[in-house]
Design a protein around this ligand. Structure first.
Ligand SMILES: Nc1ncnc2c1ncn2[C@@H]1O[C@H](COP(=O)(O)OP(=O)(O)OP(=O)(O)O)[C@@H](O)[C@H]1O
Ligand SMILES: [Mg+2]
Length: 383
């Protein structure tokens, strides 16, 4: 029995690649097909390293070949992960910060809000553990110089990063918990000490946390930003090539006004960080014992409407539930509660973030660190 290569290709055309909306053959995920008697070897090239996407691709290939071509076919699937090709000339700038590369860090995603207390840190922590569960290598840089809360949310507030030697240089070793590597300004300041930060000082400290640290290979570095759209944000964006930003808002009018400013800040001509989308937090209150009861205490679908209005993707909504707050305070993000509604909600939002990141990388060149020489030139945030 000889299996025809043409039949295999026809069968593979029925598989859609996650996040691309094209079939496996059109999207050039299919690299090669080799057939010998009843054996088929399929080589694939995927743009995302997520384990579940690799596993799904492999299972789909085996299934369609056995269903559509030959039930007894012995199928071997080889998958190579390759970052999407960058537009010409853009590669030279990839992962370069003022001439300094960040070896191994693929995507830097900033989590911002405008208004304080809307759940940036909660969202960052839960996105990170969910990405890690999906098979990505993840780090969090807690850049909230006013109130670093990531160490508490990961139950590592008492830890102090050790210094290790990498290639003859001494580097800070991020603290790790739940599969997430963490560095925070909070590891180096006293909780009761008021530190008055200015933009350049903050960006110097953050640069050290990035460049003088042994992050290793990361698919995603999430940056938990402080609230607001001020000086500190500009300094951070000045010195880092941020792949994209996620804006968190509650549905409340005052939060939405600030989220709008947040989006406007990233879109400003001299910053130009792509906005991956908006996440609505505290969309409605729901008591744990009566999950069908939803109380829209901050208004309904405000952030969803804002996303439509600003023409940025809406990444999903999260309810206001006591266990999210408790999980944060207890140092174990809620998304780690297996088979829970919250795990599902965070998975759906995380999938959307990954999808938007892959799309962004396919359609745009890497973000360059901007070079603002005077703060006066960038103080106005256009509405
Ligand atoms: N969906 C939610 N349900 C219940 N509590 C929540 C939810 N989201 C956040 N919280 C709680 O609200 C408080 C503020 O959240 P968080 O610290 O994540 O906000 P933030 O935007 O990072 O704040 P800041 O601007 O101070 O950095 C925390 O106590 C957190 O546990
Ligand atoms: Mg915070």
């Amino acid at each position: 029995m000889k299996i025809s290569k043409q039949d295999i290709i026809k069968a593979l055309e029925t598989i859609t690649v996650a996040g691309e909306g094209k079939n496996m053959v059109e999207s050039s995920a299919l690299v090669n097909v080799v057939t010998f008697a009843d054996e088929v070897i399929v080589d694939l090239k995927l743009s995302t390293p997520a384990l579940h996407i690799k596993k799904r691709a492999e299972a789909d290939v085996i299934k369609v070949i056995q269903e559509k071509v030959n039930a007894d076919a012995k199928v071997q699937v080889n998958i190579k992960v390759e970052a999407p090709e960058k537009p010409q000339g853009a590669n030279a700038n990839a992962n370069l910060i003022k001439g300094k590369p960040i070896p191994g860090i693929q995507n830097i995603v900033a989590v911002a809000s405008g208004k304080g207390g809307v759940g940036k840190s909660t969202v960052t922590a839960n996105l990170a553990v969910t990405l890690s569960k999906m098979g990505f290598k993840v780090g969090i840089l807690d850049a909230d110089i006013y109130g670093p809360s990531i160490p508490i949310m990961f139950d590592v507030a008492m830890e102090k990063p050790l210094s290790i030697t990498v290639d003859g240089k001494s580097k800070m070793k991020p603290i790790e918990n739940y599969g997430v590597k963490i560095l925070s300004i909070g590891f180096f300041t006293q909780p009761d000490q008021a530190v008055i930060w200015r933009g350049p000082m903050a960006s110097k400290a953050l640069n050290q946390l990035i460049f003088d640290a042994a992050w290793g290979e990361l698919d995603f570095m999430l940056i938990d930003l402080p609230p607001g759209t001020g000086d500190i944000h500009l300094s951070i964006m000045q010195s880092l090539p941020i792949t994209g930003a996620v804006v968190v808002s509650t549905p409340q009018t005052v939060a939405l006004a600030d989220a709008r400013k947040g989006v406007a800040m990233f879109k400003q001509e001299n910053i130009d960080v792509p906005v991956l989308g908006i996440i609505e937090n505290m969309s409605y209150f729901t008591p744990e014992e009566l999950p069908e009861n939803k109380y829209y205490i901050f208004g309904k679908e405000g952030a969803k409407n804002l996303a439509e209005d600003l023409e940025v993707p809406f990444l999903g909504e999260l309810p206001l539930v006591q266990s999210i707050r408790e999980a944060g305070d207890a140092g174990r993000p809620a998304a780690l509660q297996t088979a829970s509604l919250l795990e599902e909600a965070f998975e759906s939002i995380t999938r959307n973030v990954v999808e938007q990141t892959v799309r962004r990388n396919e359609s745009l060149p890497p973000t360059e660190a901007i070079k603002i020489t005077t703060m006066a030139g960038c103080s106005a945030v256009k509405k």
